[in-house]
Write a protein that binds this ligand. Sequence first.
Ligand code: NDP
Length: 293
Amino acid sequence: MRSMPRLTLNNGVHIERLGFGLYKVPPKDAEVLVTTALGEGYRRFDTAAMYGNELGVGRGVGGAISDAMEANLSTGGSGESVHSLAREDIFVTTKVWNDDHGYDATLRAFDTSMANLGLDYVDLYLIHWPCAGRGLFVETYKAMETLYREGKVRAIGVSNFQPGHLEELMQKAEVVPAVNQIELHPWLQQTRLRTLHEQLNIRTEAWSPLGRGQVLEDPAIVALAEKYSRTPAQVVLRWHLQLGNLVIPKASSAGRIKENFEVFDFELEDTDMDGIAGLERHHRTGSHPDNVN
Ligand code: NDP
């Protein structure tokens, strides 16, 4: 049963507002972390060909679904909780890597990702970086449009696209990207891109939503955590949700996985949202898209 608040993408597909990120999760740990997260109520997972852990993610997802099938068989269909999950209860995102840009290469990369994941379809397929220097992101996207039309992906989108990249894509694409996944946290608020996304009907997804843990030490965030009797991570995730961002925090322990999910039962006051808006530092924890090719 789904209880996680969701948003609707521009093609009508529903997406959980909070998912689990798997960058830098070693392949051997991915399956157990996905299983742990499913047990806590997460239903959305963000991986990428480059993370090297699609196999483990697929095993975690596949395990929950086959557990469900076994439970249903043994109970005559009355399996419950994580044991009653179907494929459509789980949302999986993966991404095409930079070396696989281009029409044919993207189709081949997608087949490899699907084989690793062991799934019949992917919920959201993204271009990982625009790699403007390669000059191939439009062709790459055309391949994704083909996959979308063939029903192999439920939605397609981009990641790390700057305004100029989006404008070029919008001139040549037939399907408006559903999502642009970008670095976004209180020290890098991406106001210009968020406004552009709203105008274009593209959802903003925040990667490194916790600023890789760095922003959790900001004294203003620590003070808000004390005020609300929450943790700094919960305050930052709540800020994202109230802005309308999709979020995909990564965590390595069951305790943090649970903590990061407990953000739907409180609300930051407007003055505190304004206070966090004032923390902008234009500080990146990852690469600038212009420097990735
Ligand atoms: P996050 O902002 O999610 O931060 C993760 C870090 O914060 C880890 O060091 C983690 O520690 C720590 N952390 C998590 N929860 C807590 C908590 N409750 N209290 C204290 N510390 C905590 O960074 P990521 O870079 O991982 O970004 C999230 C996801 O975004 C990635 O996993 C990936 O899916 C996606 N991403 C996409 C990119 C793209 O180019 N499209 C680029 C980068 C990320 P620990 O692990 O030790 O628990």
